[in-house]
Write a new protein. Structure first.
Length: 199
C-alpha cells in the first residue's frame, strides 16, 4: 500500500467514526451555556467571535458587560457602528478602579437584573455575559443567583459567560467549558496593551 493509499484509508476510518458520532447526537431543544474562563487571554474575544457567527445566521444577540465600564474597546465600537447587537455596558470599570465594594455589588446586581430580564424574555438567541465571572470571583454576585437566572432563561436562549475563575458550580452546569491557558503574554515583557489586539 502506498503512502497515499494508507492516508486515504486512515481518513476514511476517521470519517466513518465522525459520521457515526454526528448521527448519534441530538438537538437538546434549548440554547447552550458556554463558559470561557482561565488565566489566558482570549475569553471575551472568543465570545465575540461566536457573536459574529450568530449574526451571520441572522440570530438575535445581546451583550451585558459587567466590569469594563466606560473603557472603550474595539468590539464595542464595531457593534455600535454596525448594529445588530443589543449592547449594555453596566460595570463601572475594573475592580481596582472603583475601590468601593458596595458600588461594585450594586453595579453587578443591576447588570445581572438586566441580563436576567433579557434571558427570560425569549427575544434572544444568544446573550454574552462579559466578565461576569469576575463579579462572581469577588462575591458581587453568588453562583446560586447566576444559576437560577440561567435555569430560568428561555429555551431559545444560549448564554456565554466570560472571565477568569469561573465557579465550579457554573462550570458543572454549562454545556461547554473552555479554559484559556496563558503560555506567554507581552505585558509580562513590559509591552503595553495594543488597540485592535488587546482591546
Amino acid at each position: 500500500m502506498t503512502d497515499t493509499d494508507d492516508h486515504k484509508a486512515k481518513m476514511q476510518k476517521l470519517q466513518e467514526k465522525h459520521r457515526a458520532r454526528v448521527a448519534g447526537a441530538s438537538d437538546p431543544g434549548r440554547g447552550l451555556v458556554l463558559v470561557h474562563t482561565g488565566e489566558g487571554k482570549g475569553k471575551s474575544s472568543s465570545a465575540f467571535g461566536v457573536v459574529i457567527r450568530a449574526l451571520g445566521w441572522k440570530k438575535t444577540v445581546g451583550v451585558v458587560q459587567f466590569i469594563k465600564g466606560s473603557w472603550i474597546t474595539g468590539e464595542r465600537q464595531f457593534f455600535q457602528r454596525h448594529g445588530g447587537v443589543d449592547w449594555h455596558t453596566m460595570g463601572e470599570g475594573f475592580t481596582w478602579d472603583t475601590q468601593d465594594r458596595d458600588r461594585d455589588i450594586a453595579a453587578a446586581n443591576a447588570a445581572f437584573d438586566k441580563a436576567r430580564a433579557m434571558m427570560e424574555s425569549g427575544d434572544y438567541d444568544l446573550i454574552v455575559l462579559d466578565e461576569i465571572n469576575i463579579a462572581l470571583r469577588y462575591d458581587y454576585l453568588s453562583a446560586d443567583q447566576v444559576l437560577d437566572g440561567l435555569k430560568a432563561r428561555s429555551d431559545r436562549t444560549g448564554v456565554i459567560l466570560t472571565g477568569r475563575d469561573a465557579p465550579d458550580a457554573i462550570c458543572a452546569y454549562a454545556d461547554l467549558v473552555t479554559e484559556m491557558t496563558e503560555v506567554k503574554h507581552p505585558f509580562k515583557a513590559g509591552i503595553k496593551a495594543q488597540r485592535g489586539v488587546d482591546f
